[in-house]
Design a protein around this ligand. Structure first.
Ligand code: SAM
Length: 270
């Protein structure tokens, strides 16, 4: 869709972009095609987050076996129903992705991929939900705010290293597909954007309790891991012992520990 197409579609359905819902629509067909190609595998279903007016949805239908698209704005769902009437491979779900039954979807599909030009105001909770699902997406292509992109690939020991980077780096090869200026969207956002591609590592099985542990470990960044564990209910000796067993220094802080160390710790304490 071009910016002109978007304006016409909005007019046709009597819609106005809702800033609070992060509605900055992608106004570049080639970018949409590249994101769809990066996200999809031909035999797998794709899950789209925030289809909006369908700029990406149409491209995903061209690259995936079928598409399920979760959209919070009922007016957008109404427009999409009109635009994609008769498209049996598309399932539109009117829901807040943060409340969507991702475990149910992932369990039913078994293998799936994810794509989305994300609403930037919920980037972190959306991505934490994806990265802590018990059946992880095989691939993901996600548009995020450029500054947020760095948090997925952040190195251990840096200020922006946290649960997102630990999960993303443990489970995925992650790289920037492209960076985009506000001019590629309508209406134009006030920030630059980046599309990230995540490819699932085959040698890194999911650790069910990892996301919870990371939440605990990074709860207070300036405290030691041991103190954060104790604040979450561990006894002093219990915390000391488990760190000792894993060769983690007693005074270590979460940001100093590599993703693999957290995975080992999560396996140890369940
Ligand atoms: N995919 C379209 C595109 O690229 O043009 C729209 C992208 S726009 C940046 C983000 C979309 O996510 C909007 O349609 C917005 O209504 C929707 N959205 C916002 N919050 C949401 C949420 N919590 N769950 C699902 N969709 C949401």
């Amino acid at each position: 869709m071009s910016a002109g197409d978007i304006k016409e579609t909005l007019k046709l359905f009597g819609l106005t972009p809702n800033k609070a819902l992060g509605q900055n629509f992608l106004a570049d067909r080639e970018v949409a095609a590249r994101i769809a190609r990066a996200a999809c595998l031909p035999n797998l279903p794709a899950l789209e987050i925030g289809p909006g007016l369908g700029a990406l949805t149409g491209m995903l239908l061209g690259s995936a076996a079928r598409v399920a698209a979760v959209e919070l704005d009922g007016a957008m769902v109404g427009a999409l129903n009109g635009m994609f009437a008769g498209e049996e491979r598309l399932t539109l779900i009117h829901a807040d992705f943060l409340k969507f039954d991702l475990e149910g979807y992932a369990g039913r599909e078994g293998e799936y991929t994810v794509a989305g030009n994300l609403p930037y105001y919920v980037t972190t909770p959306v991505c934490m939900k994806l990265l802590s699902c018990s059946v992880l997406p095989a691939r993901m292509a996600l548009m995020v705010q450029k500054e947020a992109a760095a948090r997925f690939t952040a190195k251990t020991g840096t200020k922006i290293y946290g649960p997102l980077a630990a999960l993303a780096r443990l489970y995925y090869e992650c790289e920037t597909l492209m960076e985009l200026s506000p001019a590629r969207f309508y209406p134009q956002p006030e920030v630059d954007s980046a599309a990230l591609v995540f490819v699932r590592k085959s040698d890194s099985p999911t650790v069910p309790s990892l996301a919870g542990l990371l939440g605990t470990a990074f709860a207070m960044r300036r405290k030691t891991l041991s103190n954060n564990l104790r604040a979450a209910g561990f006894g002093r000796e219990e915390a000391q012992e488990v760190l000792l067993r894993l060769g983690i220094p007693q005074d270590a802080r979460a940001e100093q520990l590599a993703p693999e160390v957290f995975a080992a710790l999560a396996r140890e304490i369940g």
